[in-house]
Design a protein around this ligand. Sequence first.
Ligand SMILES: Nc1nc2c(c(=O)[nH]1)N[C@H]1C(S)=C(S)[C@@H](COP(=O)(O)OP(=O)(O)OC[C@H]3O[C@@H](n4cnc5c(=O)[nH]c(N)nc54)[C@H](O)[C@@H]3O)O[C@H]1N2
Ligand SMILES: Nc1nc2c(c(=O)[nH]1)N[C@H]1C(S)=C(S)[C@@H](COP(=O)(O)OP(=O)(O)OC[C@H]3O[C@@H](n4cnc5c(=O)[nH]c(N)nc54)[C@H](O)[C@@H]3O)O[C@H]1N2
Ligand code: SF4
Ligand SMILES: [Mo]
Length: 688
Amino acid sequence: MDKTEVKRVHCGICSPCCPMDVYVRGGEIVSIEGAQGGLCSKGASSKQYIYNKERILYPMKRCGEKGSGQFARISWEEAYEIIAEKLLRIKAEYGAKSTVFYTGYPKWYRPALLRLANAFGSPNYCTESSTCFQAANLAWKSIYGNDICFPDMMHAKTVLFWTSNLYHSNTPMSQMYQNLKAKGVKIIVVDPRKTATSCEADVHLRIMPGTDGALALGLAHVIIEENLYDKEFVENYVYGFEEYKKYVEQFTPEKVAEITGEQPEKIKEVARLYATNGPAGIMFSACTIVHHINGVQNYRAVQILLALTGNYDVIGGNPVMAGPTVSCNEFDQVKRYDKEEAIGEKDFPVWFDLSCEEAQCTRLADYILQEDPYPIKAMVSFGFNRRMWPEPDYLQKAMKELDFFVNVDLFWSDSCDTADLVLPACTSFERDEVKVLRGGKVGLSQKAIEPLGESKNDIEIIMGMLKKLGLHDEVLEQGYESYMNYILEPSGITTEELRLHPEGLPGKNLIFPEEKGYLKRGFDTPSGKVEFFSQILWKYHDTYGYQGLPEFLDFRETKEVDREEFPLVLNTGTRKPHRFHSRVYRIPWLAGLEKETLIEMHPQDAARYDLEEGEEAVVSSPVGKMQGTIALSNNNYPGIVHVYHGNKKGEANDLISKDYLDPISGFPGYKSYFCKVEKNKGKECNGI
Ligand SMILES: Nc1nc2c(c(=O)[nH]1)N[C@H]1C(S)=C(S)[C@@H](COP(=O)(O)OP(=O)(O)OC[C@H]3O[C@@H](n4cnc5c(=O)[nH]c(N)nc54)[C@H](O)[C@@H]3O)O[C@H]1N2
Ligand SMILES: Nc1nc2c(c(=O)[nH]1)N[C@H]1C(S)=C(S)[C@@H](COP(=O)(O)OP(=O)(O)OC[C@H]3O[C@@H](n4cnc5c(=O)[nH]c(N)nc54)[C@H](O)[C@@H]3O)O[C@H]1N2
Ligand code: SF4
Ligand SMILES: [Mo]
């Protein structure tokens, strides 16, 4: 009988990268346990993720029509040869920028892919962050100049969870939430729905999605009117306070109550609590406030509250990041090649001014189909899934137009069908990988089993492409082991040491920023101050209509959509513990937890449209339809319909218009579009 070995692996399904003890016998994983507490349902299902029948095991080359799904197995050598031949020909004919380098949610190989794009000479490195986090970061940078600061909850007296239902979207952090409660920290939650997080809060502000900006301006109104703001900070470090003060005058609690649907008294209570019971931190979501057509300005309004109340860069408030906290290889600080115009640059100039280290690709399908700003002919993608984007069929149509498209993925999705080549990546269980852990520790995720089939780790695939293309990158050329050591360099630890301590070691020479660092370094904004009135946005006032102040625009006033026909607000993608975008529908245990595509509504709305719990129905929007099963709960906000995305049986993104975008960030209005719901009489719905 083979000996059982235990390996320390970090889960690769989502960003907490939870450590796991993986029991391996005879080259197979026999069981998986959480190494620091329990695992969420997805992590606990890891064996079904790894040994899934939809795993891609060999390099595959298309042999039928594009989209036909007919592929034949080839060797890695042949795959690299095809890539080199096609990409070099396209580069010679249309220039390097005609090739787009793209990655979906996985973060761990991103700097290596950016290195490949740079070596190739394309400015078009882009990621799924064209719909996630970057808009929040952009809003933040337009005010404070540096990267977004998360709350220091350990030392806070009040924490404002502006969305973020940790129990569902960041399970490991929910323990920390319990600790806050136990310590008596005051908790405020802003969320349209009742959630596990909001139910335990001291105050829950239930607002109409997309009205966060109005709420934040209303809080500011009370804070200024009642003289609860930090005058010293405002006088010395804020640019545009007078204009801002004048603007918020109109956001009385009564007016804000009308816009948001919350009570004026509760708005006042929260303003007083947040401003006076400090230090107070705000926990932001990477996406919820910015998945709206006024997302950046709404987010700016929220983020300004920190400076207004003296909670910026202080212990217990939102201090400038105390060392690395993200568990990806963020020590490789490679910068994007930006000597040429990237896609998205004409449409969303502030994205680029604020040095977002990637191109903005939400309108990729338009850029391909309209050859605007220039022909896009090839795409090298790692984890491309069209279902994450508005109108995914339109995107699929554009992908068919490419001269060459290679997709590297773990699983065969219907986005692979339009590729010319599909290459097999391996999971985190099948590779060694260095990890930057919380609190400045570094660790090693150990390879537990050999890669299944002929799958390889993404960085080795990138290295293989680089070599065959005859390109130069001094870091990648050294091979994977050296690359891991390169990433580790700032920590002063080597892979050799980590192999002896896979659970992690503290970085030796990491420098942590000090509180109130702005006293020494100032603010990296045009005025050198915290900009309540953004000069960068105002620069584009005449050409793009951007406002310098965090102006609130109500999406419900849109003229583009007939509200009589589509009276309900469509909110998509609220995280569920057993879903992860498009990925885990294929896991039997998780699929069993929610067998139908749910159309979640408030019972009042269902009654109005004569719909019943468990009934089959069709949701329609101005651009599409989808079918599902009605699920009623008082936890939903009246007037809102919620559907999850990434599901080929009933795709929420079929309903979202590709043109319904925030004009500053380019983020789709995933969380406030319009729809109606009807009985599914004929079961005639599209694509099902
Ligand atoms: N299980 C699981 N976890 C995930 C993911 C996943 O797919 N599955 N995805 C990961 C990713 S990519 C991201 S970006 C994060 C997102 O993380 P979060 O944004 O924290 O996601 P949610 O838990 O959905 O929390 C959002 C809450 O916002 C509320 N909400 C919806 N619209 C609005 C609005 O307009 N305003 C306000 N104030 N609240 C609103 C919803 O009711 C919900 O309770 O989650 C990450 N974690
Ligand atoms: N309607 C609606 N749409 C949304 C959202 C919403 O709330 N509502 N949320 C948006 C947000 S915040 C995000 S972050 C995006 C997420 O969008 P995506 O990143 O596209 O989503 P995923 O399904 O997580 O992953 C994409 C692909 O990566 C593959 N993959 C996973 N691990 C690896 C790996 O290690 N290597 C390789 N090569 N491939 C891998 C998966 O199999 C999958 O096919 O969706 C956005 N879309
Ligand atoms: S929260 Fe769950 S899926 Fe995410 S890393 Fe942890 S165990 Fe994996
Ligand atoms: Mo995201």
